[in-house]
Design a protein. Structure first.
Length: 250
């Protein structure tokens, strides 16, 4: 299916550009860089071509870009000046062959929708981990746990969303078997003590204030806490281990 629509994309820093120029069966992102000019980044996908309503196109494109962002975040390098760049933004939408602007006027009110066109089934030609981005996006068509985890990762790596990702990993692990989460922790190099430090931090208003999962509950400060950087590394590590053990992707 030919690509019918194309989008301009806003990015926040070079982390996005490090994974750009991605060509795959499901999405294509290209950034043209010129000296002394901000790069021009474009996004397109064949999963949009069967749609005609601009709002429906935008809703599906939001989810596809969120999948990309989720994988970019999963394999990013956390450093001291880490800036959450997961929410790369769609800016404008155009009909490709005419480059006519059909951006919905209410684009900021549109929620994500299911990302895939059912007619574009799993493409075995892209089931190669040589292209990890294309592989995982393609695989998420049939594996709902992977789809949901990648979308959560694409929503950001702040405190409450880190806990949401943790919830999903633990829940999906229990569905596989009762010891699966223990295996994930062992593979990632963490322990239940580390998990308790993370959950104790993210739940505690006394530690995080308004960024905490809960309001003031009268609890004291936990004996062991984790800062945001260490919490991001912990959650990304157990996500990687879950995907490695479940889908053999490292």
């Amino acid at each position: 299916m030919e690509n019918k629509y194309i989008f301009t994309v806003f990015y926040q820093n070079s982390k996005f550009l490090a994974h750009s120029n991605l060509y795959g069966h499901d999405i294509c992102i290209v950034c043209d860089e010129e000296d002394d000019r901000p790069p021009n980044c474009l996004f397109t996908s064949p999963h949009l071509s069967s749609l005609n309503n601009p709002e429906e196109i935008w809703a599906r494109a939001l989810t596809l870009l969120s999948l990309y962002n989720g994988i970019a975040n999963l394999y990013c390098t956390i450093n001291d000046d880490y800036d959450d760049t997961s929410n790369q933004k769609l800016v404008k939408m155009f009909i490709w062959n005419k480059f006519v602007d059909i951006t919905p006027p209410n684009k900021f009110d549109i929620a994500q929708s299911y990302p895939f066109d059912d007619a574009l089934v799993l493409d075995t030609t892209f089931l190669s981990i040589k292209n990890r981005f294309a592989y995982l996006i393609n695989l998420s068509k049939t594996e709902n746990d992977l789809l949901h985890i990648l979308l959560q990762l694409g929503n950001g790596l702040e405190w409450t969303n880190l806990y949401s990702i943790f919830d999903s990993i633990r829940t999906y692990s229990k569905k596989i078997n009762k010891d699966y989460f223990k295996n994930i922790l062992a593979d990632s190099g963490y322990s239940e003590t580390d998990i308790h430090a993370f959950t104790g931090t993210v739940n505690n208003y006394g530690v995080l204030g308004v960024k905490a999962r809960h309001g003031q509950l009268g609890f004291g400060i936990p004996q062991k806490t984790l800062n945001l950087k260490k919490s991001q590394i912990l959650i990304l590590s157990i996500c990687k281990s879950y995907i490695k053990l479940t889908y053999s992707v490292e």
